[in-house]
Design a protein. Structure first.
Length: 262
């Protein structure tokens, strides 16, 4: 059963209390943490309710589901366009569709995917403007918990990967726009914490991610926009905020349990 609008409003209030408390504890402003509403496995009506409650950003795992809900550009209550984040692993043959529907992809973990996305975005119209292609925000997923079931760059290879990316990007302007990937904006890193039921178990993953992100942000160049840390979910968002998360991806605490049988 999906939540009613009133139920969702209550869940949002409880979640916002958690977020505010964590921000206070970490001496951070509420505005420094973006809430991405993870609507996967929930119907379009749940998205409508979320928008009515002020949601701006949605996360979807699967490209096809993202297309169903976000192919037509939605507007938030303040009139700004709703942002679609693809947060699940994307197969090579789905990258084009992902680039079309998404404003940001959080789950990139190979040079092949980067190269393919650049080609695809160069040829895409963006909000009706075909002239210069679409500029897409991407984050690299790191398997910081070193769990076999999770995708992402291995901890041991993540730094090498980013160094190689910098080399492949070529010359860069002050805004981080590179010669070889002019349609991609490298925004930062994403990870999924350890799903042990104890949020503290994720802290080391989040610290690792922050250290890596800070190291590359400080290099500038193609990493001029590398200021985002996508980490923290329903179970571990407080720890993620304490460790510097700029985007928490929350599903269950907002929409309730997912029905995977559908
Ligand atoms: C499903 C999912 C989430 C949301 O998880 P909840 O525990 O329901 O908040 C966040 N990130 C990713 C990558 C997911 O797949």
């Amino acid at each position: 059963m999906e939540f009613t609008l009133d139920e969702m409003r209550e869940h949002l209030a409880a979640l916002e209390a958690r977020i505010s408390e964590a921000c206070k504890k970490a001496n951070r402003s509420r505005e420094s943490v973006k809430l991405v509403w993870v609507s996967k496995f929930h119907p379009a009506e749940a998205v409508e309710n979320a928008i009515a409650l002020g949601a701006h950003d949605f996360g979807e795992n699967r490209v096809q589901e993202a297309e169903l809900k976000f192919s037509v550009r939605r507007r938030a209550v303040d009139g700004s366009p709703v942002m679609c984040h693809v947060i699940g692993p994307v197969q090579s043959n789905k990258l084009k569709k992902a680039a079309i529907v998404a404003d940001c992809i959080h789950s990139i973990a190979s040079m092949e995917a980067v190269e393919k996305l650049e080609k695809v975005c160069a040829a895409l119209p963006y909000d009706g403007n075909v002239a210069d292609g679409k500029i897409l925000d991407i984050l690299f997923q790191v398997n910081a918990g070193e769990e076999e079931t999770k995708s992402g760059l291995d901890v041991a290879n993540a730094e090498k990967f980013l160094i190689n990316l910098e080399a492949c990007a070529g010359a860069c302007d002050n805004d981080g726009r590179s010669e070889n990937f002019p349609h991609l904006r490298f925004r930062g890193l994403m990870t999924i914490g350890k799903n042990t039921g104890n949020a503290e178990d994720s802290r080391d993953c989040f610290v690792f991610l922050r250290n890596l992100q800070q190291k590359f942000l400080s290099k500038g160049g193609v990493f001029a926009n590398f200021d985002q840390l996508s980490m923290g979910m329903t179970g571990d968002l407080e720890v993620a905020i304490e460790e510097g998360s700029t985007m928490i991806r929350v599903g269950t605490a907002l929409f309730g349990e997912r029905d995977y049988s559908k």
